[in-house]
Ligand binder design. Structure first.
Ligand code: FE2
Length: 312
């Protein structure tokens, strides 16, 4: 097990927010393993997933849904952004989200084969590496590091609501740099833009946009990585230019036409999937590469995305 330097994480995430995350992680486990008097118990959740899985199997739909879940597509997007510096017109971002990489053992090979021939300038990963929310975090971390070996460029990521803060040292040792309410400057042909990332705004609510943007020039072009689209309004009013996220899986199980049954996020409906805009800000919500809870997808294909930035 990798040593976790909590002092260093505290400096990066912020003292109060690290304490909040660790307490919620512990509280979350305590709730899941409650004394059986609460409904929200791990066995109940597993039973619910088993019922859904068995119902799908009984109706013959499970294997079709599972096949759909592994049919990952590469989605090529052009994102038109105001104020993009000229040097970044045509800059390409490989965007991977919600791999839940230990949920489907076949996924790592599928993603490796898809990523190998792609051309891009930077890779960003918007969280949810792990399938569960409390168990083993080393297996998904190891698999993500294995996947990272096939990524040709620098790779930046944020944590999702399924991820533990303890994954950070192993991911970073494997070449995936986490942005814990932090930012980095990206330089291209003498011009700069800023890439910021916040910790999970959905469950842990440990995002701190102020800290992530500390010392970033007000007029600089800013890309924000956030796990869910739920802070889109706050980001738009903090003059973020481009917002990249995942979390919703676009519903994962959708009605014909792609209408989701559930997206587990509190934000405008337009932000649940694909490209959207909020005020002056452009946004993109990935459908995700993996699955959560039950390894099926219907009317909602999994994706990895190559965004080409375009100057308007
Ligand atoms: Fe997810």
């Amino acid at each position: 097990m990798a040593d976790v330097d909590y002092k260093q994480l505290e400096e990066r995430l912020g003292r109060q927010l690290l304490a909040q995350r660790l307490k919620i992680q512990t509280h979350h486990v305590a709730r899941l393993f409650g004394n059986g008097k609460v409904w929200f118990h791990i066995e109940h959740i597993r039973t619910l997933h088993r019922i859904i899985r068995n119902t799908l199997k009984a109706t013959g739909l499970y294997w079709r849904g599972h096949h759909n879940a592994l049919a990952v597509r590469v989605n090529f997007q052009e994102l038109f952004c105001a104020d993009l510096p000229e040097a970044f017109d045509g800059y390409r971002l490989l965007h991977i989200s919600d791999t839940h990489i230990d949920g489907n053992p076949e996924l790592i090979d599928i993603l490796t084969k898809l990523i190998e021939p792609l051309e891009y300038d930077l890779c960003v990963i918007t969280g949810d590496f792990r399938e569960g929310t409390f168990e083993d975090y080393e297996t998904p971390t190891r698999r993500m590091v294995e996947l990272r070996r096939h990524i040709k460029t620098a790779t930046f990521a944020i944590l999702g609501n399924h991820d533990a803060i303890e994954m950070v040292p192993m991911l970073e040792a494997g070449g995936i740099r986490l942005l814990l309410n932090e930012h980095v400057a990206l330089e291209n042909h003498g011009e700069k833009i800023w890439l910021a990332g916040v910790d999970d705004p959905h469950y842990y609510e440990t995002d701190n946009l102020d800290k992530a943007l500390e010392n970033v020039p007000e007029n600089g072009f800013k890309i924000l990585l956030a796990h869910s689209p739920e802070i889109c309004r706050k980001a738009a009013f903090a003059s973020i230019n481009l917002y990249l996220c995942g979390h919703t899986h676009a519903g994962q199980i959708c009605l014909p036409g792609g209408r989701p049954l559930l997206t587990n996020s509190k934000c405008p409906r337009k932000c649940h999937s694909g490209q959207w805009s909020f005020e002056e800000m452009t946004g993109y919500t990935s459908r995700g590469a993996g699955t959560s809870s039950v390894a099926v997808r219907f009317n909602c294909p999994p994706e990895i995305t190559v965004h080409t930035l375009r100057r308007t």
